[in-house]
Design a protein around this ligand. Structure first.
Ligand SMILES: *Cc1c(COP(=O)(O)O)cnc(C)c1O
Length: 356
């Protein structure tokens, strides 16, 4: 048994791995593998249809939104969003909460004018800026709901009258959201939806087609909507495994049920970090992420020994991102609470060993 706290690509349910491997050997009635069938077959078209239906059902997507499965990761969305939504004489507003937000800002600046409404960079992104103003004439407002690297999360959707765009790569499907509050949501699949290789985009149809820019077909949301995510060959296997994972989520009772588990997992781990004298959290308490729990040791010299101690217990993926150091425990949907208890036990046993 391995306890995988990796930040992404991340743990998926074991039964999803089993079903996925079965489909690699034999997928359709004629015995073909999922890896060798045409994406134009009725069998695969029904996979795309079911995956769209599951996304809509699990997130309660209202009418008037399209669900797309694209390639290029969340990182291509950093550019596609301004290409499709930011006109030449307009300005887009961004909230700077970490590395990913920063990359989104960098790409948007290549396309047009960008206004950064607030940043927590000067405090190494350990909190979410509050009380910022979003200019009423912004083409849109972009933010990152969960900062995977720093371990902060915006639980409340910012209130604004301008179109709202959100990078939900690392907390989509982990908690209930009101999709109607958003105009465009995107997420690289590899942190709660499925394996790497596919990117989910949920876009309100009426915000598209409002600017003049000519776009290459692959970068144009409209083309992908018209093609039903099959303008070109889609990432067949990644979509298939995402479908299996969303079926699993549905069988668990959906997003509101998994959210309860995610709250319990995060609370248990933060409680131990706050209680155990060897450890401390890196972010402001009110902005702590449920998905990525970042912490360090009071004595940095103990960090290497602690990492080794956890590795001996088959706990993997715990090393913090190089820009934060210490540890990051990612508690995505598929991570069972029993794994969190294994980590907490390791923290307690290590503290016992190092008692003065
Ligand atoms: C991982 C991550 C990304 C980058 O995703 P890619 O699919 O690798 O491009 C962007 N934003 C957030 C919040 C992430 O966690």
């Amino acid at each position: 048994m391995t306890y995988n706290f990796g930040a992404g690509p991340c743990i998926l349910p074991n039964e999803v791995f089993k079903q996925a491997s079965q489909a690699v050997l034999e997928f359709n009635p004629t015995g073909l593998s999922i890896l060798e069938i045409s994406h134009r077959t009725p069998e695969f078209e029904s996979v795309v249809d079911e995956t769209v239906r599951l996304v809509k059902e699990l997130l309660n997507v209202p009418a008037g939104y399209s669900v797309l499965f694209l390639q290029g990761g969340a990182s291509l969305q950093f550019a596609m969003v301004p290409m499709n939504l930011l006109g030449d004489n307009q300005t887009a507003s961004y909230l700077d909460t970490g590395v990913w937000a920063n990359k989104a800002i960098k790409e948007a600046k290549i396309i047009g004018n960008v206004n950064v409404v607030a940043s927590s960079k000067s405090e190494n992104y350990t909190f979410i800026p509050k009380d910022f103003q979003i200019p009423e004439d912004s083409a849109y407002f972009h933010y990152t709901s969960n900062n995977t690297i720093y371990g902060t999360e915006l639980m409340e959707t910012p209130k604004t009258n301008v179109p709202l765009v959100c990078d939900m790569s690392s907390d989509i499907f982990s908690r209930t959201i009101n999709v109607a509050d958003f105009d465009l949501i995107y997420a690289g699949a590899q942190k709660n939806m499925g394996p790497a290789g596919v990117t989910l985009v949920i876009v309100k149809d009426e915000i598209l087609g409002k600017i003049d820019r000519k776009l290459p077909s692959m970068l144009d949301y409209k083309i992908h909507i018209d093609g039903g995510s099959m303008y070109n060959t889609p990432p067949v296997f990644s979509i298939y495994v995402s479908m299996l994972n969303l079926r699993w989520l549905k069988s668990k009772g959906g997003v509101s049920e998994i959210e309860k588990e995610n709250i319990s997992k995060a609370e248990a781990l933060y409680r131990e970090i706050d209680r155990n004298p060897l450890f401390k959290g890196t972010c402001r308490t009110e902005d702590r992420s449920r998905m990525n729990v970042c912490f360090v040791m009071e004595n940095p010299e103990l960090e290497k020994p602690f990492l080794k101690f956890t590795e001996e217990r088959n706990i993997v993926g715990l090393k913090g991102h190089r820009s934060v150091g210490g540890f990051r425990a990612s508690l995505y949907n598929a991570l069972p609470i029993t794994s969190v208890h294994v980590l907490i036990d390791a923290m307690q046993d290590f503290a016992e060993k190092h008692k003065k």
